[in-house]
Design a binder for this molecule. Structure first.
Ligand code: MN
Length: 354
């Protein structure tokens, strides 16, 4: 029988999960979740099973292992259907049962909204402490990401509440775990509901400035390429970097800065294959562009607590524009994008264990 949803799920992980018994178990979890949620609908009108499948796919983009994907597929069954934790344990073992249990327990927490940021901070800590297993927190973040993506179908008062809670708890949590791609999406999609006017204002401003910016970045990238080439530095990748809507919004609101000051700062990222090459690239940049004092940070020698590593500097280009440069290895870049998930994913996939 043709099952397009199952097909799309399999495609999301078949580049890295190969063991037949693992694939079979994931399929079993899919069919069980589908059966359990039979007749339930999302507010969008779609069958409920589309939600756990979407959550599992978000996690497969982070390279999550089979146990995490299975738990993601089953994450709402114990709370919302007649399936018991014991059933999950019998069919899938205690590791997966404890992941599902962890997610269910977190769902039962209710977050009172209060202005106090310390409260949000406490909630974050509580989530991490309760989870014991970091995979539970990752499933919860993926669950929230899908709910934010589909927030348009919720009633208005709920939209605001969920978006605010996401900004206070889940985005900082994603930041703490270093999953920056997801953090940025959680923030931007939430801002659309917590401050709709500003969301559109900032995104329109970004749109208008886009072309101008893109040509400046292209020029800088060309200059750097030329510089590296004449100095025999090969095997590197350069890309322009764009700030997300929420980070610009926050600077405008909290630091009372104008859009131009924040957005005119161009940024490029240089990715090389070895640590020594990072410093070599930095040396060439500093020797050929004027570095701005106190803007140089060595997070390779001294990584951030969330394991982020990179060299940061800000320099002045030939025509007088300021631009930020980040230099790091491929591996550091993977960790910077997907944070702790990158480490954890590599681990689970290598050993197929917790
Ligand atoms: Mn859910």
């Amino acid at each position: 029988m043709q099952d397009a949803l199952l097909q799309s799920l399999i495609e999301s992980f078949d580049s890295y999960i190969h063991r037949e018994s693992d694939v079979k178990l994931i399929e079993e979890a899919y069919f069980l979740a589908k059966k359990q949620h039979e007749g339930q609908m999302r507010r969008s009108g779609e069958p409920y099973i589309t939600h756990p499948v979407a959550v599992a796919k978000i996690l497969s983009e982070l390279g999550a292992g089979p146990a995490t994907l299975i738990a993601a597929l089953l994450h709402d069954t114990v709370e919302d259907t007649n399936l018991s934790l014991k059933d999950v344990e019998t069919q899938f073992g205690s590791d997966i049962a404890s992941l599902v249990d962890g997610v269910t327990k977190i769902n039962k927490l209710s977050f009172q909204d209060g202005a106090a940021s310390t409260q949000a901070d406490n909630h974050q800590k509580m989530l991490i402490a309760m989870a014991k297993d970091i995979r539970v927190v990752l499933i919860k973040i993926a669950d929230r990401l899908h709910n934010i993506r589909t927030l348009a179908s919720m009633p208005e008062d709920k939209q605001y509440k969920i978006a605010k809670e996401t900004l206070e708890i889940y985005a900082p949590l994603a930041h703490r775990l270093g999953i920056f791609r997801i953090k940025a999406e959680l923030e931007d999609k939430s801002l659309k509901y917590t401050d709709t006017a500003m969301y559109y204002r900032v995104s329109n401003l970004i749109q208008t400035k886009k072309e101008e910016r893109e040509s400046s970045i292209e020029k800088i990238i060309l200059d750097i390429r030329g510089l590296f080439k004449t100095n025999d530095l090969s095997d590197f990748e350069i890309k322009g970097r764009i700030k997300n809507i929420y980070s610009i919004y926050k600077k405008m609101v909290n630091d009372h800065r104008v859009f131009e000051d924040i957005y005119d700062l161009l940024a490029v990222r240089i990715i090389v294959d070895r640590i020594e090459t990072c410093y070599q690239a930095l040396g060439l940049i500093h020797a050929n562009f004027t570095p701005i004092p106190r803007r140089f940070k060595d997070y390779i020698a001294v990584p951030k607590p969330n394991m982020y590593q990179s060299l940061h500097t800000t320099v002045l280009s030939g025509d007088g524009t300021l631009f930020e440069v980040q230099i790091r290895t491929k591996e550091m870049d993977a960790v910077a994008e997907n944070g702790i998930a990158a480490h954890w994913a590599y681990k689970e996939n290598k050993t197929y264990s917790k």
